[in-house]
Design a binder for this molecule. Structure first.
Ligand SMILES: NC(=O)c1ccc[n+]([C@@H]2O[C@H](COP(=O)([O-])OP(=O)(O)OC[C@H]3O[C@@H](n4cnc5c(N)ncnc54)[C@H](O)[C@@H]3O)[C@@H](O)[C@H]2O)c1
Length: 366
């Protein structure tokens, strides 16, 4: 039996609860340290999840037992925290997006390569039972030759329920950057890298109004497109149409259909780890439901896959390279919405191998 990989969780906010709940139950990893710029938050999360130590980011990076930093800070801090971890010789798992811009993401990956450490990135929903079942079914020829995809994310937007939503309508967010990683990463693991994108963007309103909490009734500016209709072409020949809208009275999200030469497959919500698949072949009068199979343990599965890949010497699946590609896709989609031109995509990545049905983060791998 090898020792579990020592982890430091940096950024002890909202999403750290999901990570800490899971990572403290996966035997291949061991959370040794909680860090945050708000040291009270770090201490509170360490106490709540029985983590032995808490403190500053510097202390986390000095900890000799920590081999990998789980970076759950807000997007603006992703590059800075991850770069410091790499400089300290630690592997890094970043929450999405990898960084705020492509140049910073590229620099992070170059520094990690030079330092001989790995970078992984959310969303690891692509390792969940729902998307992995789709991946396996398509890989076994279940829809014939994969040809195209249609994804839909539409609603009136989050300001109705979110108590402090202004940042979601500022640069770096909007429906494309906030939720695009789930849809684009799913297509990335199924189709591989994209080669060019185009988009039309709109913004229905200049201001919005907070709908709940202490700021209810307060107006704030909308600074980014709230409707983006995008096209993507993939190196393996497929095409995709993607809609990201917070300007729609009709709410419909988690919609991904992959059409092949023999059948159309409806994939479960890419922001979840499970859910049924549905398939419809030419001539079928209705959908046939296919339950998903495989691990559905939730956030942190990508960290376990990193730990196991290091032991085995192979590549991890939710890679920094794939996350950089997804970041470039979102950036180029945004650019195309402004320029009206198709935008070429330069980055690429090795399409990750599917997980086996037996893969289980709750088991001890080695
Ligand atoms: N909240 C969700 O439901 C959710 C879901 C999926 C992904 N995410 C992603 O997770 C990340 C964190 O989101 P969140 O909702 O937990 O945010 P949050 O604001 O609740 O927590 C972020 C934490 O990071 C800390 N922090 C910020 N800068 C730091 C720095 N330089 N050094 C150390 N600590 C720092 C903050 O003090 C805060 O405690 C984001 O990238 C987000 O996109 C969030």
């Amino acid at each position: 039996m090898s020792e579990p990989l020592g982890l430091a969780v940096v950024g002890c906010g909202n999403i750290s609860n999901q990570y800490l709940k899971n990572l403290t139950r996966f035997p291949d990893v061991q959370v040794l340290f909680c860090a945050d710029i708000d040291s009270d938050r770090a201490k509170a999360q360490a106490a709540a999840y029985d983590i032995p130590a808490a403190g500053s980011v510097e202390q986390a990076l000095d900890h000799p037992g920590v081999g990998l930093v789980v970076n759950l800070t807000t997007p603006a801090a992703h590059a800075q925290v991850a770069t410091a971890a790499v400089a300290a010789g630690k592997h890094v798992w970043n929450e999405k997006p990898l960084t705020l811009d492509v140049a910073a993401g590229r620099q992070l990956l170059e520094r990690a390569t030079a330092a001989g450490v790995r970078v992984g990135c959310a969303p690891d929903t692509v390792l969940g039972a729902g998307i992995q079942s789709a991946r396996r079914l398509i890989g076994e020829g279940g829809i014939g030759t994969p040809l195209s995809a249609l994804t839909l994310l539409q609603s009136m937007g989050p300001e109705g329920w979110h108590p402090d939503p202004a940042f979601l309508f500022a640069p770096g967010a909007g429906p494309l950057f906030d939720l695009g990683p789930y849809y684009l990463s799913t297509l990335a693991v199924i189709f591989g890298p994209a080669t060019r994108v185009a988009a039309v963007s709109r913004q229905a309103r200049d201001t919005r109004t907070v709908g709940s909490g202490p700021k209810q009734g307060t107006e704030f500016p909308v600074q980014v497109p709230t409707y983006t209709a995008a096209l993507a072409e993939y190196a393996a020949g497929q095409a995709a149409q993607l809609l990201f809208s917070w300007d729609s009275p009709l709410a419909r999200q988690g919609f991904i259909e992959i059409t092949g030469s023999e059948a159309t497959l409806a994939i479960p919500d890419p922001n979840r780890f499970d859910g049924d698949l549905r398939i419809r072949r030419a001539g079928d009068g209705d959908w046939t439901v296919i339950p998903s199979a495989g691990a559905k343990a939730g956030r942190g599965m990508g960290v376990v896959d990193m730990a196991r890949s290091m032991l085995e010497g192979g590549p991890h699946r939710a890679s920094g390279e794939m996350a950089l590609h997804v970041l470039e896709l979102m950036t180029k989609i945004e650019q195309s919405g402004a320029s009206g031109q198709f935008e070429p995509v330069e980055t690429t990545f090795a399409t990750p191998a599917p997980l086996s049905l037996e893969w289980d983060p709750h088991a001890q791998a080695a």
